[in-house]
Design a protein around this ligand. Structure first.
Ligand code: ATP
Length: 515
């Protein structure tokens, strides 16, 4: 199966099992807006809890807030979003499809990388054990030729982006013969800038309504509250403020399911540090955030850093944590050293002092900021794509299983009576009534046990227990493990301990806390 097919299957699986639905579906949907269903909402809550606890529980010096979506419009002027939160767009005149010019060029670079990797793979197969990959990359003429093209493109692209040179972006697309994936032609319009913020009006027009924006990031809510939190929480630098909330961007090309949405959720933490110490903290957060991802056990090889060539107007260092999605390595989280740009700019626009008095240095300054910013929905997609698995079984059948980390699974435990009679349902209910205070459980008595297992596999439930006739005598049940499908008999009194340990966030958080 190609990766594209896997991705299509994942999307339909998300719908079929109540994880993600297209928004307004009975009205034929709304482009790039999605709703989370009964399973999706649980998984999403668990992802958010994992992030929140890793920030708030593990760090004495990080506190949370929940700021409003609507904010004073001048905030977006100060932050640079009104003037510079743009994407370069280009249209293909034949297909009438719109693209991000930067994304078209990045895809072309990825093609060169793919070509190189294929050469390397082929050679590795040919030479077997004796293959020296580094040497091959440095000397093979075809690899060198492709790498040179890639580097040349990269250099031109980075310069055009940094200079905001739209004509040059178009010229690159022309020179590299980049075609529209739909029409296959190179009939392009000019490149134009497009602002990604949604706006609306607040107040009645009679009073002179004010144009307000739907926030395109949660970060600004933290910056404008920084002094409130610092003073009321008696916070001392270094300290952080965390927030989870909705953000809105009028994305030009909203494709790839929940990867790029127009309404999405962010988990952001702004860490306030002394000027001059920001790069040290940048490295620290880069490392900590990767640990957070890896602790989930989705596969260490699925992550990589991507350092930015084009720094945003506010940053002096930036990296992405990329995850291997079914459509390649893509950004899931950004870690940015935002300098004192935001606070400095808010001081200027608001006329309020946003300085911190550092008692150790005996001086005041505007703190520097390290930001960690991750999209809940992209994280959701990475977890789902790593977890989705189609397996052939020994008996010739196959199963679809979501190998979700137990702590994130929507349902932790399913309880089945073997048959719908002889008092087994009552016993099963009794067990569930006891455990429901600790975990999200699901009761199921319909169909064969095999079918019930399959239904739970498909939503990633890590444990199923079956109550049979012997249970009434020996107070034991059969527990079945999702990934191995192994079964064992355990005492009812042991169920809670067995499951608690595996589904708790504690073991994940401990992995991050280790230095
Ligand atoms: P991209 O380059 O993919 O547009 P970005 O660099 O603009 O992303 P940031 O502004 O750094 O993204 O936002 C931080 C995080 O918010 C991203 O890493 C991503 O997980 C999430 N995010 C940003 N835009 C979207 C979107 N349209 N839909 C879903 N998640 C998003």
């Amino acid at each position: 199966m190609t990766q594209e097919e896997v991705f299509k299957k994942l999307i339909s699986h998300c719908k079929e099992y109540g994880f993600v639905f297209p928004s307004s579906e009975i009205y034929d949907g709304l482009s790039a807006v999605y709703d989370y269903g009964q399973m999706g909402v649980e998984l999403k809550q668990n992802i958010k809890k994992y992030w929140w606890d890793s920030m708030i529980l593990l760090n004495e010096n990080i506190v949370g807030i929940d700021s409003a979506i609507f904010m004073h419009p001048t905030i977006w002027k100060a932050s640079g979003h009104v003037d510079a939160f743009n994407d370069p767009l280009i249209d293909n005149k034949d297909s009438k499809k719109r693209y991000r010019a930067d994304v078209l060029i990045e895809e072309q670079m990825a093609k060169y990388d793919d070509k190189i990797n294929k050469e390397v793979e082929k050679a590795a197969k040919r030479f077997g054990e004796s293959f020296d990959e580094a040497m091959f990359r440095q000397t093979n003429p075809r690899v060198l030729e492709t790498a040179a093209k890639r580097d040349e493109l990269h250099e031109r692209f980075a310069k055009a982006m940094n200079d905001n040179d739209l004509a040059e972006l178009r010229q690159i697309i022309v020179d590299y013969e980049i075609t529209c994936p739909i029409s296959g032609t190179r009939n392009w319009t000019d490149v134009r800038q497009f602002n990604l913020m949604f706006s609306t009006e607040m107040g009645s027009t009679a009073d002179g309504a004010m144009k307000v924006y739907l926030r395109p990031e949660t970060a600004q809510g933290i910056f404008v509250n920084y002094i409130n939190v610092q003073k009321t929480g008696r916070m001392r630098i270094p300290f952080g403020i965390a927030q989870i909330g909705k953000a809105f961007r009028n994305e030009i090309v909203a494709r790839q399911f929940i990867f790029r949405m127009r309404e999405f959720e962010q988990m952001e933490m702004q860490f306030f540090v002394r000027p001059g110490e920001e790069l040290k903290w940048f490295e620290k957060w880069k490392e900590t955030r990767l640990k957070w991802h890896k602790a989930l056990g989705l596969g260490d090889q699925k992550y990589r850093y991507h350092d930015h060539d084009k720094l945003a107007h506010y940053a002096n260092a930036a990296t992405d944590i990329e995850f291997e999605m079914p459509f390649g390595f893509k950004e899931v989280e950004g870690i940015h050293s935002r300098t004192n740009f935001d606070l400095g700019s808010h001081e200027k626009y608001s006329g309020k002092k946003l300085q911190y008095f550092d008692p150790e240095l005996n001086e005041s300054y505007v703190p520097y900021v390290i930001e960690t910013s991750i999209g809940v929905d992209r994280m959701f997609l990475s977890v789902m794509s790593a977890a989705y698995c189609e397996e052939k079984l020994d008996n010739g059948e196959s199963r679809v299983v979501l190998k979700l980390p137990a702590a994130l699974a929507p349902i932790k435990l399913a309880v089945f009576p073997l048959v719908k009679k002889d008092g087994l349902p009552d016993k099963a209910r009794e067990i569930m009534n006891d455990l429901k205070f600790d975990f999200k459980c699901m009761y199921d008595e319909k169909d064969s046990i095999g079918k019930r297992y399959r239904r739970q596999d498909a939503i990633g439930t890590p444990f199923c227990i079956t109550v049979d006739h012997d249970t009434l005598v020996d107070n034991k049940v059969t527990v079945r493990y999702r990934d191995t499908m192994l079964q064992e008999r355990i005492a009812i009194s042991d169920i809670k301990n067995l499951i608690s340990e595996q589904v708790s966030f504690k073991s994940l958080l401990k992995k991050i806390a280790q230095d």
